[in-house]
Design a protein around this ligand. Structure first.
Ligand SMILES: Cc1cn([C@H]2C[C@H](O)[C@@H](COP(=O)(O)OP(=O)(O)OP(=O)(O)O)O2)c(=O)[nH]c1=O
Length: 199
């Protein structure tokens, strides 16, 4: 049986304006309540295990505050082989990450978790992104725009950083922080009405 999202209450556990915008594009009713958790990776943790753990922790943290609702959370990280690239602390770290990514293919991993009354659903989505070979001037200019600072891997494919990217294999919305197709699948598994079935 499907329950319309507007009646059940869906909560997005995120401070990310990108996630809010992506979920909002689907026309679903939801509230936002951010979870503040420790995002330190564990020794030897793979990118997939890391983003899944963080997405689940964010969803569970908010679910305890909001019993009776479904809570959606996500976490995104960039993996260059075994190296995880999170958000840079400053422009110098952004330049270093962009230099590592230049001319190579990396994977963007997003964990998505949906915690609700007596049940939990989760998935990890991977997108392969290949960067152009970047000149030092391009890297310095882009890092100084400030755009990399709150982005995993120091770039935003949806913004000025689009010029860095040569090709994308997989879900584009996954790179921006919320893979829409897979998120809809989780909402469907939870029995929540999808946009085309809601009245
Ligand atoms: C690679 C890439 C990342 N990003 C963003 C998506 C995520 O918001 C961010 C990774 O940080 P996250 O820690 O996944 O999320 P967040 O701290 O922004 O938000 P919250 O935990 O409250 O949900 O990087 C882009 O917007 N574009 C890109 O091309």
């Amino acid at each position: 049986m499907h329950t319309p999202v507007g009646q059940t209450q869906l909560v997005l556990a995120s401070a990310s304006p990108r996630r809010r915008e992506l979920l909002g594009q689907l026309g679903l009713a939801f509230e936002v309540s951010a979870a503040d958790i420790d995002e330190t990776p564990r020794a030897g943790e793979t990118a997939g295990a890391y983003v899944l753990r963080l997405a689940q922790e964010k969803a569970r943290t908010v679910a305890t505050r909001r019993p009776g609702t479904w809570v959606l959370a996500a976490d995104t990280t960039v993996a260059l082989e075994d190296t995880l690239l999170g958000k840079p602390h400053d422009a110098a770290e952004a330049r270093r990450m962009l230099g590592l990514l230049s001319g190579r293919t990396h994977e963007v991993h997003t964990g998505v978790a949906l915690a609700g009354p007596g049940a939990e659903h989760a998935t990890v989505v991977r997108t392969r992104v290949t960067f152009r070979s970047l000149s030092p001037e391009e890297i310095t200019w882009y890092a100084a725009t400030g755009e990399p600072l709150d982005k995993a891997g120091s770039y935003a494919i949806q913004g000025k950083g689009g010029f860095l990217v040569a090709s994308v294999e997989g879900s584009p919305t996954n790179v921006i922080g919320l893979p829409l197709g897979e998120t809809l699948e989780l909402l469907g598994r939870a029995g929540l009405a999808l946009p085309w079935s809601a009245r």
